[in-house]
Design a protein. Structure first.
Length: 89
């Protein structure tokens, strides 16, 4: 019965994965807001209030959050590589 898959769930998430996912979601919300606020310019209707343009800034915020997640993942991988290399000098 050793050929069966283990019943324990495997957690393959790295330290920065949550930040990357959250950043991607925030980025998509900002991108949709950008499309919505630019649409009246092409449709010839009244523009949205300034608050709608502030929501567009979420695109940049999401990009920064995702970048922070990537940097955190890189730092964790470097720490892991240094920890593996030190005992075997």
């Amino acid at each position: 019965m050793r050929s069966e898959t283990p019943s324990a769930p495997s957690d393959d998430s790295a330290p920065g994965d949550g930040l990357v996912r959250a950043g991607a979601i925030v980025f998509v919300i900002g991108a949709v807001a950008t499309l919505v606020t630019v649409a009246p310019l092409f449709l010839g209707t009244d523009p949205f209030p300034p608050v709608a343009y502030a929501v567009c800034m979420l695109m940049g915020v999401g990009f920064l959050v995702a970048g922070a997640g990537v940097l955190r993942s890189i730092a964790a991988q470097r720490r892991q590589a240094r920890g593996a290399a030190v005992p075997g000098r």
